[in-house]
Design a protein around this ligand. Sequence first.
Ligand SMILES: [Zn+2]
Length: 136
Amino acid sequence: MTNNDEKIAELERELVRTREEIKHLREQLQEEIEPASATDEDSADAAAAIYERGKVISLIQNREDRMRSLHEAIERVHKGLYGTCKSCGEEIASERLKIMPETSLCVRCANRQEYGPYGAPPRRRERPIVLADDDL
Ligand SMILES: [Zn+2]
């Protein structure tokens, strides 16, 4: 078994696992929907049920995104690009790949993508509210 085969096997295992998780979450969602329609009069219950459903839906979306990333990662293994950051071309730390085998970005680029080109979100520089009368 070559190194690439091992990586693909690992990524495929993750795919299977993620697909199972989606299946379970969909079942859970189905169960959430059924009792909710019976308790329409109680708006607090209904709101809680909607909240729960929203949570499950976002978990499903999160895993669907992961499925997409895993498919892309497999493609990248085939192309010999796996483990290289697709943004800056640097090698992705093996620790990071162990935790997120589907990632195609190094930590730096992932942060940049999340927060924009300047790294962490800029703190809003609000003028301090001056209560005392000690301005310069
Ligand atoms: Zn990078």
